[in-house]
Design a protein around this ligand. Structure first.
Ligand code: PLP
Length: 218
């Protein structure tokens, strides 16, 4: 049992709970060992986030069945197609950002929940739908019976200026709020290790925290 890991997890869990006990803490386990993930499971963590299919595939069968796996990584349709059985095990696919994924997700053999990843800052190296394409994409998703869109996910540009970060979060939050009723949204996924508390203050319903819990990754 890794006591330092347990301690860091409990500290983050408490910080999340003290701001919003309903906020879902997604433990980002990409690049981490099965032992460490099992340790956090034993501490009560159930939601884990993975970014790479091959890495995730190696872990899935060796960890408890009731883990709520979130896929949060870049999604190319070629790889998604190859890993359909893995995607079918995901409780929430957070990083959906292109039309070519929709027929794949619709035919996993099980209904699937997703978030649309948005990119409001024009950072082309990161995934995500720009704001001007979001509405037509949300309409398109409605055509797929087995895909339920629960809300938005975003990875704003990194800044060490908290006000700048908070500004990015409120931009996403405003977009989310403007669509919430019409699309029955319930989830806004923003905030990582360096800024999850500001994200919760800005209205995050889930935060994705990796290195602040694990202390780094391979
Ligand atoms: C890796 C990753 C995280 C976690 O990042 P940390 O800074 O380690 O907390 C969160 N979200 C996404 C999409 C990631 O790829």
């Amino acid at each position: 049992m890794n006591k330092v890991l347990k301690q860091r997890y409990e500290d983050i869990r408490n910080r999340v709970d003290s701001l919003n006990a309903d906020c879902n803490l997604i433990v980002v386990s990409k690049g981490q060992t099965i032992e460490d993930i099992q340790t956090l499971y034993n501490c009560g963590a159930r939601s884990f986030g993975e970014s790479y299919f091959d890495d995730w595939e190696k872990k899935v069968g060796k960890l408890p069945d009731d883990i709520d796996w979130h896929f949060i990584g870049p999604m190319q349709s070629r790889k998604a197609k190859k890993h359909k059985s893995l995607l079918a095990k995901s409780g929430l696919i957070q990083s959906v950002d292109r039309s070519s994924l929709l027929p794949i997700l619709d035919t996993l053999g099980t209904p699937v929940s997703n978030l649309v990843q948005v990119n409001l800052w024009g950072e082309t190296q990161k995934g995500g739908k720009p704001a001007n394409e979001l509405l037509s994409f949300l309409e398109e998703i409605k055509n797929f019976e087995n895909i339920k869109c629960l809300g938005l996910m975003a990875i704003p540009p990194y800044s060490d200026d908290r006000e700048v970060t908070a500004g990015h979060f409120s931009q996403v939050r405003e977009l989310y709020s403007s669509l919430k009723e019409e699309y029955s949204f319930s989830e806004l996924s923003i905030g990582m290790s360096s800024d999850f508390e500001d994200a919760i203050r800005s209205g995050a319903t889930m935060v994705r925290v990796g290195s602040a819990i694990f202390g780094g990754r391979a």
